[in-house]
Design a protein around this ligand. Structure first.
Ligand SMILES: O=C[C@H](O)[C@H](O)COP(=O)(O)O
Ligand SMILES: C=C(OP(=O)(O)O)C(=O)O
Ligand SMILES: [Mn+2]
Length: 452
């Protein structure tokens, strides 16, 4: 019970499914405990070093992907679409900042969802809420909504399939920077952001040709470093995949490189903080508008007691109208405490609204307003706006309104395909990258903090 994988069991765990079948739960977690790790300790350590560079102002983080991955969309097309979108956004940001962009997919594990309400009501019928494919089915039937622990095994298998393809694509030539034009193919033509991207890709190609002509070996640009992460919500799953490293004796969550604690599960006395205090991965915590300086400093003490840059990231999701008020004091207090954490903006979860049609949506302009507020706060304090964490897809969905190829509220039903929250589509994602790039270019980050 006091092992790193199990100490959380003595603490209250929010947002966990009520598994109806104890025997099925034991069978699933037993199977997971014997399964190979999905990621390796050395990869997690490498990402910690990369995140330390973000904390020092020497790199930028780009994290994105579905709100909720689904088993049905574990397809080559969907995975490749998200990956290409992130690679394109990273090129835009690298070009503007002249800093390395650390890429993390919200992929290969994003199958469990915290919910505002444990139940959903439709036409007088009440059923358990959908909690992600790892727990139950999206279909509104009693059968589908019953939590089934065997789904955690499918979560592992879908994560493995996704990770396998991601590893092949990022190292097998697909992510080669010399393919910078090819990544834009297959996406809907005609968006302003797409055109801007084509211009930039042309510029990069000419620079690469120039470097080659000067005798520089550009083959090094043939692969991309890419990590995966998800909300570490389902503690039965995460603890079954926790492995101790024989050399160091350290424990790692091996379901993903960087895992985060959500806004609804960051209670200092709760099971999630306890579990994550025991594993050595780089970790993140979502910070909403109600976070007090004391609760944030408490998280630093519990999760980063040695104040090691790269260990802890705060993902701020305050809302466009609150970020300028709530963020400064948090940044000031954490900095005064001697912690060099990464500050990242999630401009989506504080800005969800319900459209007249009943669809959950987010306005692109409001999303950008939160990013702007986040960057401005850091500029004023002389700290580094470390990057963004966004819900996006390479598909041409109509889930968020606005953006370059404006999706109108009346268009939402055309391709509203998300299993949970509304995602930016491909054009909106590129648009966000260009606008963020402008913010970085207008006011470069201060000189990096010297390594500690
Ligand atoms: O993705 C985040 C949460 O799971 C989601 O925003 C909760 O949505 P709900 O308010 O519809 O439950
Ligand atoms: C649940 C999520 O966010 P938050 O914890 O910030 O609400 C999410 O990232 O999908
Ligand atoms: Mn979400």
């Amino acid at each position: 019970m006091n092992s790193p994988a199990d100490s959380w069991r003595a603490f209250p765990a929010a947002q966990q499914p009520q598994w109806p079948d104890g025997e099925a739960l034991r069978s699933a977690t037993g199977w997971l405990s014997a399964a190979p790790p999905l990621v390796f300790a050395a990869e997690c350590d490498l990402l910690r070093r990369r995140m330390a560079a973000v904390a020092r102002g020497e790199a930028v983080l780009l994290q994105g992907g579905d709100c909720a991955e689904t088993f049905a969309r574990t397809t080559t097309e969907a995975i490749r679409g998200t990956l290409k979108t992130l690679l394109q956004m990273a090129v835009v940001l690298t070009h503007a900042t002249a800093l390395p962009v650390i890429k993390i997919g919200r992929m290969a594990g994003q199958y469990a969802k915290p919910r505002s309400s444990p139940v959903e009501r439709r036409d007088g019928v009440e059923l358990p809420s959908y909690r992600g494919d790892a727990v139950n089915g999206l279909e509104f039937t009693a059968e589908a909504r019953r939590p089934d622990p065997a789904r955690m095994r499918r979560m592992y298998e879908s994560s493995a399939m996704t990770l396998n393809l991601v590893r092949a694509l990022t190292t097998g030539g697909f992510a080669d920077l010399r393919q910078v034009h090819a990544w834009n193919r297959g996406f809907v033509a005609g968006s302003r952001a797409g055109e801007r991207y084509e211009e930039l890709a042309g510029e990069i190609e000419r620079s690469l040709a120039f470097m080659q002509a000067c005798g520089v070996d550009t083959r090094e640009l043939g692969t991309a470093e890419f990590f995966v992460g998800h909300e570490g919500l389902l503690l039965d799953y995460e603890s079954a995949l926790t492995r101790a490293e024989p050399g160091s004796g350290r424990s790692y969550a091996t379901s993903g490189h960087l895992l985060w604690i959500g806004e609804r599960t960051r209670d200092l006395d709760g099971a999630h903080v306890e579990y994550f205090s025991r594993v050595h991965n780089p970790i993140a915590v979502k910070i909403g508008p109600s976070a007090t300086p004391d609760s944030v400093l408490g998280l630093v003490d519990r999760l980063d007691p040695r104040r090691e840059p790269g260990r802890l990231t705060f993902v701020v999701r305050a809302g466009a109208d609150r970020v300028r008020d709530t963020l400064p004091v948090l940044v000031e207090k954490v900095t005064a405490e001697g912690a060099l954490v990464c500050w990242v903006s999630d401009p989506m979860h504080g800005n969800t609204v319900t459209a007249a049609s009943g669809h959950k949506t987010r306005s692109f302009d409001t999303v950008m307003e939160e990013v702007r507020g986040f960057v401005e706060v850091h500029r004023e304090l002389g700290t580094h706006p470390g990057g963004v964490h966004v819900e996006l897809t390479g598909d041409d969905v109509t889930e968020c309104v606005g953006g370059g190829n404006a999706v109108l509220p009346e268009d939402l039903h055309h391709r509203y395909e998300t299993a949970c929250d509304p995602r930016l589509n491909h054009a909106q994602s590129l648009d966000l990258a260009f606008r963020l790039a402008e913010m970085y270019r207008d006011r470069p980050s201060p000189a990096p903090t010297p390594p500690r």
